[in-house]
Design a protein around this ligand. Sequence first.
Ligand SMILES: [Zn+2]
Length: 281
Amino acid sequence: MTQTEPPDAKARRQIAPVICYPTESLPQPDLLRIDRARAATTVIATEVAPPRDAASILVPAGHFLRITSVDGPQVGDLNLFAADNLDERFYSGKTRALHGTHLTRGDRMWSGFPYLRPMATISHDSLAWYGVDPYGGRVHDVIGTRCDPYTGHLLGGGDYHHCCHSNLTRALATATELTPEEAERHVHDVLNVFMCTGFTKDTGQYFMKASPVRPGDDIEFFAEIDLLAVLSACPGGDCGSEHSSDTAACYPLRMDVLRSDAPDNHAPPAINGYDRSHGLA
Ligand SMILES: [Zn+2]
């Protein structure tokens, strides 16, 4: 294979990009209706993910899940499941393709195939002001996976048991009464709540930096369907230095489920309408 540039290399690089998935054609969330519902709410359940550990909570459709930073800057790794079907779970890659590398208010978290429907709509983001920093960093990414003991082992870091992958596995096993071995197979790539990340301009490598989150900051999700949410308080703390160790200062994250005081007959979106014949007769 030649590494010589072809004569028209410049012209080829000058071709303008096109957006893969123009979101105008997606079913849009009704933010006005969501705002009416969130104007007056009552907290009906609370769980706290302790530092370097995880917790789960059920969020009925039409309710809100609010994740709040308490005590100190802390990043969280969030998994979402359909409450009655662990096979329907958050699809980080497709959500990234639809909404971009980082999520904020108005973006949705989509489930995987064959369901591919909105599981949740982000209804509030106290860090929306952050935008993009001089390094290209943004908050709440769907590019990272979740810190895990396998990659740590591969990189020679030994066996660390409180990575988000393991925390999510333990919390999901507790929530579902599956064995940890069974639960682990359902743990998936996450929404990195409060995490500040991007890609380096020169090498295109995934970077993280200290999160701008401070106690009292929150991100809130409108549950489109009945959800089981599992959240890990990442051992990386604010992810300003490293994760996969006990080095960083870590804090809890609180999850509240809020019921709207304004009655609203929310109808969960139907699962995807593709006929699943895949070209077979
Ligand atoms: Zn983590």
